[in-house]
Ligand binder design. Sequence first.
Ligand SMILES: *Cc1c(COP(=O)(O)O)cnc(C)c1O
Length: 417
Amino acid sequence: MPTFHDLAHDTQLYEILSRELARQRKKLQMIASENYVSMAVLAAGASVFTNKYAEGYPDHRYYGGCENADDLEILTQGRARKLFGAEHANVQPHCGSSANMASYFSVLKPGDTILGMNLTHGGHLTHGAPVSFSGKLFKTAFYGVRKDTEYIDYEALAEIAERVKPQIIVAGASSYPRIIDFPKFREVADRCGAYLMVDMAHFSGLVAAGLFPSPVPHADIVSTTTHKTLRGPRGGMILCRKNLAKAVDEQIFPGIQGGPLLHVIAAKAVALGEALEPEFIDYQRQVLKNCQRLGTHMTDAGYRLVSGGTDTHLILIDLRPSGINGQEAQTALDMAGITANRNVVPFEKECFSIASGLRLGTPALTTRGMIESDIDVVGEFIVDALRNVRNESRLNKIRMRVEDFIQKFPIYPDLKG
Ligand SMILES: *Cc1c(COP(=O)(O)O)cnc(C)c1O
């Protein structure tokens, strides 16, 4: 087990790490893309596999001494396939973005067209944004949500696909709180002869628990991160059909990465093992119940939720009717001991660094053991802070109450810092 004592001689680093541990313990962590991994995942991530080079894949390595690396990667691939019912799994992507890059390269040529979800409607940078490699190397087109319902506009999606004839359609998002209709996406992709890729980075934990429709039967390629709802180490993963396995593997290595991060793969193995246990389903069920409760609490307090609610682990609050912007909300919450992030809402005019929305998620708080009645308390803290964004002493008082409340939900009790 890694302990902070092994770092005590490096006082500068020790001090930073201790502060980070304290921050993670005493704040209400509500960033929808974050979570707390288990001690076992932490331990695997700090293991001696960090010392090993293993370019290539099991039984086809470019270095000696890879027999244990092979066993590790085969074990991890097997757990990933089993958890998601996939034909092939590549567990080497260093992050979600590199999983997406390799996925594109495995079926597209530079200059081909990606049809992705509009960034301002919930899509991810890697789905074709001009500042991302995806928008620089490929032509792009975007679909989004309907103005009236704020659900994905599947009719417009079909029309755009028909018009631009993309080589790939990407489904999946970072701040879309609703179920996605994968059979519909498949139908649209088939009609224009495009590949269908689903980026389930945010909701893969829900998919693993059977609480969000699985994209695996419908998509040619499924990419994910492992550190969001899936509650593993920071990293990525690609699932695909057998026919694309070789192309995907070659695009991860040697295509865009060098040696795999074996220690992170070990941590992925642990997390996937945890996700295969029945308790993981209970956990994800509670994530959803907590998010429903949070949504209800915010709606009852007069806040407008984008799409009117949520089917997932996150809600997106449109702050425009409340007269504050996302930046102000994020700063105020921070002072109140609540960590969250501002987010643009569909069809808004603000820039990304101000934004008019606030995204809140329940995965991390649920890992700490919170249930609906606790979320009611959290909801009160949030509403109190949002109504007093310029009242510093009030925000400080809320923070003291948060720090008191959160002691009932200890995290990493065995870690000293
Ligand atoms: C988080 C996220 C990613 C990128 O993950 P990184 O590990 O930060 O590169 C990709 N796609 C979606 C939809 C995401 O939400």
